[in-house]
Every structure is written in structure tokens, then in C-alpha cells.
Design a protein around this ligand. Sequence first.
Ligand code: SAH
Length: 394
Amino acid sequence: MTFTTTIVSQRLEPKASLAGATRPELAAALGAIGVPDRELRMRVAQLWHWIYFRGMTDFDAMANVGKGLRRALADAYSLVRPDVVAEQVSRDGTRKWLLRLAPVGAQAEGAEIECVYIPESDRGTLCVSSQVGCTLTCAFCHTGTQKLVRNLNASEIIGQILVARERIGDFPGLPPPADGQVPTDGSRYISNIVFMGMGEPLYNYDNVRDALSVMADGEGLSLSRRRITVSTAGVVPRLPDLGRETGAMLAISLHAVRDELRDRLVPLNRKYPIRELLDACRAYPGASNARRITFEYVMLKDVNDSPAEARELVRLLTGIPAKINLIPFNPWPGTSFECSSDERIGRFSQIVFDAGYASPVRTPRGRDILAACGQLKSETEKLRARAVLAVAAD
Ligand code: SAH
């Protein structure tokens, strides 16, 4: 009997990327191509340096790794990062990238996320996403209107930093961007990370924790844990873990001082009401006057911006080492909220300040490119929405 074999279709699986891998993941990847256990530590340290300190995207450039191992690595793996689909630069120097992730499973095309770089004279902040979209549906946030949602893995979170560092020239030997702003005081171009992009980081806790361990590793990206802030709408049961395991700074999206209003603005409040949330903050491991918890408060005209609410806010925060960050509402197409007037924000801020709290008003950055807080929603989602509207209008 003879057999004939016909290959009907052959889909080449893309090689797994090691860009964004944790130390244990790198060790496993090396082990899988036959690197003996006794060499693993040394080999991981070598790869770590090239990937995270030098920003290399090519195994062949890893001069202290033998040729044979370099070839074996390149045969089995890649150092591919998320694709930059679009880059927008605001008048104020803020940059927003639309990134496409590698496809998962049977997906033909990878999902998309946004990531924003905010340069100031004395720091450079990268605002990263922790999920594609978000399940929280906060009433004033654009991301919550996006349908598609999934968690990012640690490597996709780290991928955002690698891409941003590359684009602004923040790896050794790269030139700074010709058209963009970067800090002028000699600090790293990316000195701070905030988890304030798309998604609720504490709904993706394990990956956020692993990503933090990569970011803060002193042999690689070397970001200080005090300059990494995780912002949450208030996933109370995760707060003790976050404080204990990561040492990250905490920001709470409070936005209202009464449950009845917060239930509407931040629906997660129905599960974890204000009192429970603030009790968890009081007990947050590592909070102190030197490491204060930030309370974010979006200023919504005639909704939550009265002087009485400012006084109640101060009362609620008694006993918590806190700072308050007032965020002027950033509008987006289709929202019915409006931003409070400057005068109203000033009054609110003064009351908070008089009570002894720092109360900076967050300057909106990158509003012209829809890069400001709560404005992120992937471009294809928007294009699709527009296409649907166009059909509906026919
Ligand atoms: N899910 C997390 C992190 C993402 S949002 C959280 O809720 O904290 C980062 C901050 O931007 C949050 O405080 C969020 O409430 C705020 N925000 C969302 N939409 C906004 C908008 N349109 N204008 C101003 N701030 C907004």
C-alpha cells in the first residue's frame, strides 16, 4: 500500500517573543532549547542585559553569547515587540502610540491598545495599558465604551515600555526624537510609569505584578518602584497583595464622596463602597507620609464639584496619608459630561489645600490627540464605530 500526503494548508506559527519575558520565563525558554541547568542563571543575566538594558531586538547582536546559542535562540524565538500602528504627537509634546499585539489563538489579527508618553522638564511619564479595553464602564470614561476586552500578559505590558523607549531614543546609543520633547534635567526619558491607560490593573493582578518585577529590576529597565503608580477604581480585595508584593505607589479613582453618586460614576462602587475602599487604604501596606496614596477626582460640572463635596472629601480622608489629584474632565465624542469651570476647580482645590493636602490640578496633556485620561480607545474600534454609523445613516 502506498500513501500520498497532501499538505492542505500550512500555517507557520509565529515564534514566541522573549521581549517582555520575566526571569523565570527566560530560564524556561533557555531550558527548552537545551541550555543546561547550571548555566541558566548566567545565560538569563546575559539575555536580560541585552533585552532590557540595551534594548536589542536581534539575538545576533548579543556579543557575549556564543554563536551556537545565538543561532539556537533565533531558531526558536524572536524579540518582536508590539507593532506601532500609529504614532501621534500632540502640540504639547505628548505622544500616543496605537500598538497592535501579536494574535492570540485562532485570531487573524492581534488586538490593539494605546500607550501615552508625557514629557515634563524633570520627568518623563509613560502611561501604560493593562487590558485591551475595560470592563468597568465608568460613566465618564471613553475606554469603558469599548466592547473588546482581554487581559494583557506581562510581556505585552512590558512591550509598551520597550517600544516607547525605542521611539524616543531612551536606550544607549539611540538619538533623541528630532520632533519631540524629552526631560531636560538629565533624567531618563522614561522615569515614571503609571498604570492609567486602558483597563483595570487589579483585574489583571498577576500579570501586572510580574510586569512590575521586570520594570523594577535594577539590571534591566531599572525603574524605581516609587515611580511606578498603579491606579485602580477600587478592587478592594487586591489592595493588600499589591502593597505587600509590589511596593508600587497606589492611586485610587475616587471621583465622588457619596455612595449614591459613586455607584453611578464608578459602578464598581456597588461591590466595594466608599467606606470599605477607604478602610483598605488606611491599611495599605507601605503607605506613609513619604509614600502617600493619591486620590484621583475627576472634575465634572454640576455633578461632583461643589465646595460641600470638597469639604466632605477632606473629612473622608482623615487618617490616610493622602494627596489629591484633581483631574479636569477630558471630553470625548458622545459624552454628556462637561468639565467644571476653572473657577469651580480652583475653589475645590483651595478647600482641599487649606485642609493641609497637596491638591495639584492635573494639567490635561495631549487632549488634541485624544491622549488625555479616559480618552483612550483603540483607533480601529473608533473606525468600526464610524463605519457602523455611516451605514446606519444611509
Ligand atoms: N482603571 C484604572 C486606571 C485607568 S484610568 C482606574 O480606574 O483608576 C486613569 C484615570 O483617568 C482614572 O482616575 C479615571 O477615572 C480617569 N478618567 C477616566 N476617564 C476620564 C476622563 N474622561 N477625564 C478625566 N479623567 C478620566
